[in-house]
Structures are given as structure tokens and as C-alpha cells.
Design a protein around this ligand. Structure first.
Ligand SMILES: Cc1cc2nc3c(=O)[nH]c(=O)nc-3n(C[C@H](O)[C@H](O)[C@H](O)COP(=O)(O)O)c2cc1C
Length: 312
């Protein structure tokens, strides 16, 4: 009798995000994994497909005043306001730590003007150990720029063009769900030269303390992330995958391997895991192991056979 079953050592997990090859489709979502240091005691970062770092701006940012996080029954609201060390300090103080690992590093960036996006991209293009740029045109928690860049197709296209002109690195544009038709933004960004899209960022939400009758967040509104987001994210990923030719990275409420599988089956080429890291620092590893188990259980040799396999 021949044994044609496969084991986890034989499954192929590699995926291409345009010109960027990842050894597996599991990444961290920006802002939920810092610059990798805090999580490295828990597991070997080399096992990840990629680390997406906290959003970088041209100058360091203190972010919004507290309180800036509040839990809701099915997710979390945050209004951090893009606190970060700034692009120069990232390169001089943080990047060498990540270079120790055999992992792709994706720098997530944010600017208050198109010129700032350009300057940050030009600086990162010179940095050794950055493999791609993820352009955040979708932060709901900042007064200048932020979501304004991601809700108008023409502006989203201008930011994309400006970044792509500054760097040979693959450019991934991260979209906001806070729009009427996400496919319009996706198409504009694709036509402007993006190599890939990642979606979604947080959905704008709010929470009120009924005793004080004040908003829980000092910023009043915040970005909703976690399980509440998943059905919305999945629907948007499915819509965008059918509208564009470039790869799509699925993000939003992925807590387990089965959540990740829903996105891959719907057509995402890879996934990012955000809020789950706060609950379980090993969430990315659980997802990765669960994906391998799924392939073995279904006798599938290559993750690419799962991607876009939705039956409708
Ligand atoms: C605390 C926090 C900080 C975040 N910071 C960023 C950021 O700097 N840049 C960015 O593009 N997205 C940021 N995000 C959005 C996440 O990367 C992700 O798109 C979103 O949380 C949805 O995924 P999740 O449900 O798995 O958390 C942040 C999210 C959280 C919860």
C-alpha cells in the first residue's frame, strides 16, 4: 500500500506579494507588534512571513493624550495617534535588532503631507534590512492627513505615486474601511503603481461612560479592531480581490488559523494579525501552525491551492 499522505514538513507555505517573497503568509499588523523586541522572548521571529513595524513618521510623535484604549464586547477601540520614534531613530536604534532574524521587515509609514510620505520613503529606501514599505493612508486617529488620504481616490493615487517614485522597494498601500466603496480606492491605488494592497485598517467607533456621560477615549472616537471587524474585513477583501490584479493582504479580527483561512480562501495572498497579539503573544505562531495542520489534514501540498479557492 502506498502512503500518499503528507506531513507538515512537506507542505509549501511560501507566497509572493508581488516582488516580495514570504516564507509563509503570516505577518504581524502594524502598531500591534512594536518593532519586534517585546515579542522576541516568546518565539523566534524568523518563523514569521514578515514583521510589519509600528507606523513611522518623519519626526517622532507622542501620539494622543490618554485614555486611548478601551475594550468593547467584541474588540478594542484605540486612539493612539501614531506614537512612534520617527524614521531616523527606527533606522539607527531599532532596525539592527530585526536584522538578526531571517524575516522580511515591512516599514509602515505615515505622513501629514504627501511630501512627508516622500521624504520617509526616500530615507527608508537607503536603509539596509527593509524589504517593503506599507503606506498607511488610513489612520482614523490623527487630525492632519491620516484617513483623509485614504478616502479620496485621487489623493490616494497621488500618495502612492509619490512613494513609488522614491523607492525601488515594493509598495503596499493600506486601505481604510471608512469609505462607501473600497474598490474605487483600490483601483486608483493599483493604477498609481502599488505592488500590493493591505486591508483593512480600523473602523471608526466610539464608546461612552454612562456614569460620567463622557466618551471613554480622550480623542472621543477611536479605531475599532479585533473580532468585530472580521466580517467587514472579509467582505472588503473579497470585493477588492475581484476588482484588482495586484495581491491583497487580509487584516481584521484574525484571532485563529480558521479566521486566517477564511481570508485566504476569499482570495487574500497573506494575512496580518493585530489585536490577537495583545491577548496571546503566540497568536501568529498558533495561526501558522494551524494553517500547516489544515494543509496536512486536507492533503494539500501548497498553500497556493487554498488561496482564492472560495466556492460560490
Ligand atoms: C493599538 C493599535 C495601533 C495601531 N497602529 C497602526 C499603525 O501605526 N499603522 C497602521 O497602518 N495600522 C495600525 N493599526 C491597525 C492594525 O494594523 C490593523 O489594521 C487593525 O488593528 C485591524 O486588525 P486586527 O483586528 O487584527 O487588530 C493599529 C491597531 C491597533 C489596535
Amino acid at each position: 500500500m502506498t502512503d500518499n499522505t503528507i506531513d507538515s514538513r512537506r507542505v509549501k507555505m511560501g507566497v509572493n506579494i508581488g516582488r516580495l517573497f514570504l516564507k509563509n503568509p503570516v505577518m504581524t499588523a502594524s502598531g500591534t507588534f512594536g518593532y519586534g523586541e517585546e515579542y522576541s522572548p516568546f518565539f523566534d521571529l524568523s518563523r514569521l512571513g514578515a514583521v510589519v513595524v509600528k507606523g513611522l513618521s518623519l519626526r517622532p510623535r507622542a501620539g494622543n493624550p490618554p485614555p486611548r484604549i478601551i475594550e468593547t464586547p467584541s474588540g478594542m477601540l484605540n486612539a493612539i495617534g501614531l506614537q512612534n520614534v520617527g524614521v531616523e531613530a527606527f533606522i539607527s536604534e531599532k532596525l539592527h535588532f530585526l536584522r538578526q532574524f531571517d524575516v522580511k521587515v515591512i516599514a509602515n509609514i505615515f505622513g501629514e503631507t504627501i511630501e512627508e510620505y516622500q521624504k520617509i520613503s526616500a530615507i527608508l529606501a537607503q536603509a539596509e534590512g527593509v524589504h517593503a514599505i506599507e503606506v498607511n493612508i488610513s489612520c482614523p486617529n490623527v487630525k492632519k492627513g491620516g484617513v483623509a488620504f485614504g478616502t479620496d481616490p485621487a489623493v490616494a493615487a497621488s500618495v502612492t505615486k509619490a512613494v513609488a517614485a522614491e523607492t525601488d522597494l515594493p509598495v503596499i498601500v493600506k486601505l481604510t474601511p471608512n469609505v462607501t466603496d473600497i474598490t474605487q480606492i483600490a483601483l486608483a491605488v493599483e493604477n498609481a503603481g502599488a505592488d500590493a494592497l493591505s486591508l483593512i485598517n480600523t473602523l471608526t467607533g466610539m464608546s461612552v461612560d454612562i456614569e460620567s456621560r463622557r466618551p471613554h477615549l480622550a480623542n472621543i472616537t477611536g479605531g475599532l479592531s479585533g473580532p468585530a471587524l472580521k466580517p467587514v474585513a472579509l467582505r472588503m477583501v473579497w470585493q477588492v480581490v475581484r476588482a484588482v490584479k495586484i495581491p491583497v493582504i487580509g487584516i481584521g479580527g484574525i484571532m485563529t488559523a480558521s479566521d486566517a483561512l477564511e481570508f485566504l480562501i476569499a482570495g487574500a495572498q497573506a494575512v496580518q494579525i493585530g489585536t490577537a497579539n495583545f491577548i496571546n503573544p503566540l497568536a501568529t505562531m498558533d495561526v501558522l501552525n494551524g494553517l500547516e495542520d489544515y494543509l496536512v489534514r486536507h492533503n494539500i501540498e501548497d498553500i497556493s491551492e487554498v488561496i482564492g479557492s472560495l466556492r460560490t
